[in-house]
Ligand binder design. Structure first.
Ligand code: ZN
Ligand code: ZN
Ligand code: FE
Length: 757
């Protein structure tokens, strides 16, 4: 018996080859009907036997194109029409659109084969792509996603490209960025005086320059990279010098996973993660035998590796290099450079040569950073490959909410129904360029979702530039969300979980409900509200922000707090090496309580211990002291390593004096840092487990959420996560958004939505 079904699919289903796929699938099952792009996604009508229809539905999900993502799927039976074939119909564009755009994806296998086949008309053409790969988010000015609304609009397609574009049987059917050497963008090389280098083959020339140790600024997908030969120690050091970047690790791009395996131990799971089309930078444990230049990642036990995702990267890494340093082109924490002119101006002192192209980058987008931990991929920076795919929540927002995020590692987010669209990583708002990026990202999200926010969710911190901007939007009501509540809500929202939770939020800095600086918090509650169950006993932060940049200050603060005047008798390197004048000044500051706000920050506890152990008394990049403390842990953490510290109170302010005393004792006894650091990690985690057990007793909740910047420490995360599970907790962890402030905007929306409903 014949039946007819109407299927509506919402999700990332346009511009990714979905219609031709449906067309081929329907034909192979001898079904009749039609498929078309609608303003909400894709609309299919299929007619055939019940058996074939059910095969169609299951194969639709199983075999859909790689870039497609189904969010909603509705199927209903309608009257039989007795068509004689299956057709792709003209798109239907009416009313408000909610079509989602795919993130940018790495070159697919088919395109790579063409790139490398001398017989192909796109042989060695650096801008080839198809519906299964290539630029999307970064070339879009507006919707609907058609060529005129992208930066490809200045390249009219040649005859051959046009016929591919209109042929449903072709891989490039409706591939908006479709191009070839005859009609598309091209590469050029310039020197730093902005003189064009005369060359037939810019890629070959770039290889020659890299071979001779030159630093190249290469315009990529979401911005410029600075690139050098990773095995040329001098070149890597020169790059460090010019970038004024003393110690923060550089990312590497390797030709393939076998090359990565030479330098890092990689698991099967990590191999897969490197190869996925989102192509994040993956943090991988370095092999001790690795003989790469020290200056690539000094003091780190990880290398950040990615595989080529652009044609030009494949060409550079094909035969001539197996490894390149590939770092964002910017000064310290400024946003990555995207424009050609901007590059000539701003990167003049950084790069020797510029490899540029004429396909404008409309949306800046950094490389994403991920790690595999506890069997899952965890994002530390969410940008290229992931944005603008939405986070989906069941508890849909009834009104559009804009969330403006935090201050550092900022992202913004906008909600529409059950979709929450996060912006790419924007960065630290304290420079004008980043603030412009912040504003344009908000505009762009509004364009993509075609809505105006009715509420703005922001942090409670009155000095955050994002909060200040929110209050400049006079006409839109604001909902303030406490920073650590937002952290907890972000881990709940990405797991689509609304149940009562014990939040273990370990963070650097956040404005507390009592107007002091919080950061080591055990909170209990739900998306709507939380109460503070326990927190790290506050200690003074001498010099305020200066103490964040100079962890030795935090060490002195903790030493004074833990030992009083007896601290002067301690034979610690940090006391020996601090200039007597500086020490005196700092102690007076603490004594008189001048410029020494109290903080319960967990990040500052790590800073203090790192400085007490003389690992990192001064930092050159954010969180360096805490990172190096983690890096000094060389052994697997085990419960029996915990210091025998007694914590008297299992709620309220929890004192870390006993732990600091143990650490200091060991340091004085010349116990190796490696051991002390491991014992510190285990003890801290055990204290947190005890606090969670106590919170469970008191509140009758056994779900824990882990969030906050300190959870970028995967040594701590893995141990704590496992211990909590062992104690019978249901543990919510981050995988889709970062545990750091990059996830704050998502949490703000979740809280605002709960408060509004
Ligand atoms: Zn392709
Ligand atoms: Zn063409
Ligand atoms: Fe935070």
């Amino acid at each position: 018996m014949q039946k007819r079904q109407q299927i509506r699919i919402d999700g990332i289903v346009q511009g990714v080859g979905f219609r031709p796929f449906v067309f081929r699938l329907a034909k192979s099952l001898q079904l009749t009907g039609s498929v078309l792009n609608s303003n909400t996604g894709v609309l299919i009508e299929v007619e055939g036997s019940i058996d074939d229809l059910s095969k169609f539905q299951s194969r639709l999900r199983q075999e859909m194109p790689p870039l497609a993502q189904i969010i909603d799927f509705h199927s209903s039976e309608i009257a039989v029409k007795n068509d004689d074939r299956f057709i792709i119909m003209q798109s239907e564009h009416k009313g408000e659109s909610s079509v989602l755009i795919s993130p940018d994806m790495s070159l697919c296998e088919d395109c790579l084969n063409e790139l490398l086949s001398p017989a192909d008309r796109r042989f060695q053409y650096p801008f080839l792509n198809c519906t299964n790969c290539g630029p999307r988010f970064t070339i879009i000015a507006g919707i609907p996603y058609d060529r005129p609304k992208t930066s490809m609009h200045v390249f009219p397609m040649c005859e051959k490209c046009t016929s591919e574009y209109h042929d449903p049987a072709d891989r490039r059917f409706h591939a908006q960025p479709n191009a070839c050497p005859d009609c598309g963008p091209h590469l050029k090389i310039y020197d730093r005086e902005k003189r064009q280098v005369n060359t037939e083959n810019p890629v070959k020339h770039a290889i020659t320059l890299l071979r001779s140790g030159r630093i190249l600024a290469i315009r990529g997908l979401g911005g410029f990279h600075l690139v050098v030969d990773a095995k040329n120690e001098k070149a890597v050091e020169e790059l460090r010098l010019r970038k004024n970047r003393a110690e923060k690790p550089f990312a590497l791009m390797a030709a393939n996973t076998d090359v990565v395996d030479k330098y890092c131990k990689i698991t099967h799971r990590e191999r897969e993660a490197l190869q996925q089309q989102t192509r994040p930078i993956l943090l991988l444990p370095a092999r001790p035998s690795s003989n790469l230049p020290k200056s690539i990642a000094p003091k780190s036990k990880y290398y950040g590796f990615m595989l080529p995702y652009l044609p030009i990267q494949h060409l550079l890494l094909q035969e001539d290099f197996e490894l390149l340093v590939m770092t964002s082109a910017n000064f310290s924490d400024e946003p990555i450079v995207i424009g050609n002119e901007q590059a000539f101006e701003q990167l003049r002192t950084l790069a020797d040569y510029f490899v540029i192209h004429d396909r404008e980058i409309l949306q800046r987008c950094d490389d994403s950073i991920a790690i595999i931990s506890a069997g899952q991929q965890r994002l530390l920076r969410r940008a290229r490959g992931y944005v603008p795919a939405p986070i989906i929540i069941k508890n849909e927002t009834s009104t559009p909410i804009l969330a403006v995020g935090g201050e550092l590692k900022n992202t913004v987010a906008l909600s529409k129904g059950k979709k929450i669209m996060l912006s790419q990583h924007i960065g630290d708002l304290d420079n004008p360029e980043a603030m412009n990026f912040f504003k344009s990202s908000i505009k762009h999200l509004q364009t993509l979702l075609e809505i105006e926010p009715q509420y703005i969710a922001c942090d409670m911190h009155p000095e955050y530039l994002s909060t200040k901007w929110a209050y400049e939007q006079f006409l839109i009501p604001k909902i303030e969300v406490q920073h650590h509540h937002a952290h907890m809500a972000s881990v709940m929202a990405e797991n689509d979980n609304t149940r009562k939770t014990i939040g273990i939020i370990l963070d650097g800095t956040g404005y507390g409900m009592d107007h002091t600086i919080w950061g080591g918090e055990i909170i209990i509650g739900d998306l709507k509200e939380v109460s503070r169950f326990a927190w790290f006993e506050p200690v003074p932060l001498p010099g305020g922000n200066a103490a964040i940049k100079e962890p030795w200050r935090m060490a002195i603060s903790y030493l004074r707090h833990s030992f009083g005047d007896a601290m002067h008798k301690l034979t610690l390197p940090i006391l020996r090496d601090t200039k007597p004048n500086d020490l005196q000044l700092l102690l007076q500051m603490l004594e008189k309580k001048v410029n020494s706000p109290l903080t319960s920050s967990c990040g500052r506890l790590f800073d203090a211990v790192s400085a007490i152990l003389d690992i990192c008394p001064k930092i050159t990049y954010e969180a360096q002291a805490a990172i190096e403390l983690e890096m000094s842990v060389k052994t697997a953490l085990q419960r029996n390593l915990a210091y025998p510290v007694k914590i008297d109170n299992y709620s309220g302010a929890v004192s870390f004096v006993p732990l600091i005393r143990e650490v200091v004792n060991d340091k004085i006894q010349n116990v190796p840092n490696e051991q002390i650091a491991a014992r510190f990690h285990v003890t801290l985690a055990e204290i947190l487990v005890s606090l969670a057990i106590n919170a469970r007793k008191e509140a009758g909740i056994s779900q824990v959420g882990l969030s906050g910047g300190v959870f970028q420490n995967f040594t701590l995360f893995n141990y704590l996560n496992e211990r909590l599970r062992g104690e019978g907790f249901h543990v919510l962890t981050h995988s889709k958004v970062p545990p750091n402030d990059g996830g704050i905007s998502l949490g703000q929306i979740a809280v605002a939505n709960a408060k509004l409903s």
